[in-house]
Design a binder for this molecule. Sequence first.
Ligand code: AMP
Length: 209
Amino acid sequence: MKLILLGAPGAGKGTQAAILAAELGIPTISTGNILRAAIKNGTPTGMKAKTYMDEGHLVPDEVIIGIITERLAESDCAKGYILDGVPRTIAQAEALEAAGIRFDHVVSLEVSDETIEERMSGRRVCEHCGASYHIKAVPPRTEGVCDVCGGKLVTRKDDAPETVKNRLAVYHRETEPLKDFYKSRGVLYPVEDMGSVEATSKAILAVLK
Ligand code: AMP
């Protein structure tokens, strides 16, 4: 199964992707996590991406297309995968199509900008493994510590309120047109945010059946 989770930053793609990956037995590929790891490791790609990310801009398509085509060629992707945060532009979607990749479902998580802005202020991520939490909605078992790997939970620099506004504007301008792109291919499945993580997972699994 090849799946894309589409949605604004903070819509819950990372959280839902982790649940779906466990449920479906396929990996999640998040370009955001790959880029953050590259920054942490000081690689040339990471250094190139950092300034774009800190300001809430998109990393150039050619960088992303290189990262994603390389990652999808790895053996753990053979049975399928969930894409989280990619494609984010029509050019990226076209590049995946040109590589012969077709998706079974593109799930678009529908959340209002207002809700997103509220949520982002409470988001915390593990600086080691990238797992995502929310101080109220998805708290870790121990405050400030990752349930998965014991790493330290931090606030993402690009979750600052002004940067969030910028990222939402970028989403509406660059990424939202992907809904029409995949609708025209007959694979778009919009899913409303159900107010809780569990209820939204159920709604997503229902459209995948
Ligand atoms: P995310 O963790 O998916 O919210 O991504 C964090 C940041 O990484 C974004 O704001 C972009 O700067 C960059 N990024 C991640 N994925 C992509 C992508 N597919 N295209 C362009 N930039 C991306």
